[in-house]
Ligand binder design. Structure first.
Ligand code: ADP
Length: 484
């Protein structure tokens, strides 16, 4: 390999199906490359429908044994998986930076974040409580129990190659479900490494499988196979809609974590330094490639100039480079298509009157690199107001009143995360309650934690991941009525 690991066996070029490491039936492979320099770091199998069907059958066979364990027994296995993830944190982080590109420190952070979902849901496995309900007549008893949904499928994106998997596999396994995972083709190495450690932790054969390859073929099998009872997807709203439609044919439960278009509002009484710090934290994570990254900075007129000036200064100091480089804060975007999209959004914003204060073009490093950019006085009729940027570009829009801010903030079909900075306590409550978003950061730019429910309103999806609410997505409610 092109990077050194304490345990090179964590890098696999085969898939994990029913507890066996397997190649594609036809031997085909996909090349996995490093977005910082274009070099091929590994190959993984290019699988399709038949291999996916095998994984689903293995998940079905494993289901009975897994769901009949007690929550406490499943918790013990998940605890071992969590510990192995943390023991291998450095290697897992290097694997992630190699195919995802994010700075090594962020990769390490993601591994800890990913592991936290296995830890949390392992603990929650012991707390899947039911209910008793007073019956309408004295000759009946009403009992409610929660049971695992069954075989689950997960389709995950490239921006968080480990955490988006454990957010789904953690609650699925804790609940007593089995799962087939299809990772993004750009970043499959983390997914396979997680399987190596699941196997070592004693997760029984077939409880977790991972299939890499053709998104459409694997996706069609996962969504049409009647054995699969639930699909959890993180990715774009467009693909999410396709998958929901495909799942309708067999009425599968779905959890959808889709696109966002996060407003980041700065009111005139905000602590501007804190707002700039929060803006950098929210915008620069993974080079702007997260669905909760601030997408539109809405700044009250009287503080607009002061805010953009300080933001541009802070953004121009960000260190751009290969994720393995010392002190690097902004890595490459995932591929050339992503860079081309950012270029187009910036071009359009400038054409409609936005002023580039820093950045505004591809970076001299080439490949996936784009300069961290601030655009002042952007126009709300720019494409960048309506679309998810997924790059290190901060467009700032001016507003006059609180009412305007809320109207602009909610003027989108998305509803995942929103942020605002201000100190007037009455306004804080009014604005927090008026924002049509599943997650609201108030004087805070970093909101992700396994302890809180993550998920969106409107076209940003349905379901919640993490927290006590996250388990419900993998459980059925059964009402038992007993005559006595
Ligand atoms: P992004 O814009 O983040 O690349 P996508 O929604 O395109 O997000 O992809 C997220 C995940 O969905 C990836 O694992 C990708 O391979 C998968 N995917 C893309 N197209 C399809 C499809 N037609 N059916 C099933 N999965 C798909």
């Amino acid at each position: 390999t092109l990077f050194t690991l304490k345990d090179p066996s964590l890098v696999r070029n085969q898939c994990f199906i029913g507890g066996e490491w397997q190649s594609a039936d036809d031997g085909k492979v996909i090349a996995v490359s490093n977005p910082a320099n274009g070099t091929v770091v590994a190959t993984v199998p290019r699988m399709g429908r038949s291999e996916t069907r095998r994984a689903i059958n293995a998940a079905e066979q494993a289901l009975g044994g897994w769901r009949s364990l007690s929550g406490k027994q499943r918790a013990a296995i998940l605890r071992r998986w969590f510990e192995l993830l943390m023991q291998n944190q450095d290697d897992l982080a290097a694997i992630m930076t190699a195919d995802q590109g994010k700075p090594l420190a962020e990769s390490k952070g993601e591994i800890a974040y990913a592991a936290s979902y296995i830890e949390w849901f392992g603990e929650e496995a012991k707390r899947v409580y039911g209910d008793t309900i007073p019956a309408p007549t004295s000759d009946r008893r009403i009992v409610v129990v929660k049971q695992p949904i069954g075989v689950c499928a997960a389709i995950t994106p490239w921006n968080f190659p480990a955490a988006m998997i454990t957010r789904k596999a953690g609650p699925a396994l804790a609940a007593g479900c089995t799962i087939v995972i299809k990772p993004a083709s750009q970043t499959p190495l983390s997914a396979l490494a997680l399987c190596v450690l699941a196997e070592r932790a004693g997760v029984p054969k077939g409880v977790v499988s991972c299939v890499t390859g053709s998104a459409s073929e694997i996706g069609e099998e996962l969504t049409s196979n009647p054995t699969v009872r639930k699909l959890s997807f993180t990715g774009s709203t467009d693909i999410g809609k396709v998958l929901m439609a495909q799942c309708a044919g067999s009425v599968k439960r779905t959890s959808m974590e889709l696109g966002g278009n996060a407003p980041f509002i700065v009111f005139d009484d905000a602590d501007i330094d804190a707002a700039v710090k929060g803006a950098i934290a929210s915008k620069s994570r993974n080079a702007g490639q997260t669905c909760v990254c601030a997408n539109r900075f809405l700044v009250q007129s009287s503080v607009h100039d002061a805010f953009v000036e300080r933001l541009a200064e802070a953004v121009s100091e960000l260190s751009v480079g290969d994720g393995f480089g010392e002190g690097v804060q902004i890595g490459p975007l995932i591929d050339d298509k992503a860079v081309a999209k950012v270029e187009e959004l910036v071009r359009d914003a400038v054409e409609r009157g936005g002023r580039v204060l820093t950045g505004g073009a591809r970076h001299a490093l080439g490949h996936g690199f784009y300069q961290p950019t601030v655009i002042a006085a952007a126009s709300p009729d720019s494409q960048i107001f309506a679309e998810e940027i997924f790059g290190p570009v901060a467009p700032v829009f001016r507003f006059e009143t609180e009412e305007d801010a809320i109207k602009l903030a909610n003027d989108t079909q998305f509803g995942l995360a929103a942020y605002f900075y201000g100190r007037d306590i009455s306004r804080v409550w009014r604005v927090a309650e008026a924002l049509e978003y599943g997650i609201v950061g108030i004087n805070e730019g970093i909101i992700s934690t396994e302890l809180a429910p993550f998920g969106g309103m409107k076209e940003s999806g349905n379901g919640r991941e993490g927290s006590k609410y996250g388990m419900d997505d993998y459980l059925e409610i059964k009402y038992m009525c007993m005559g006595v």
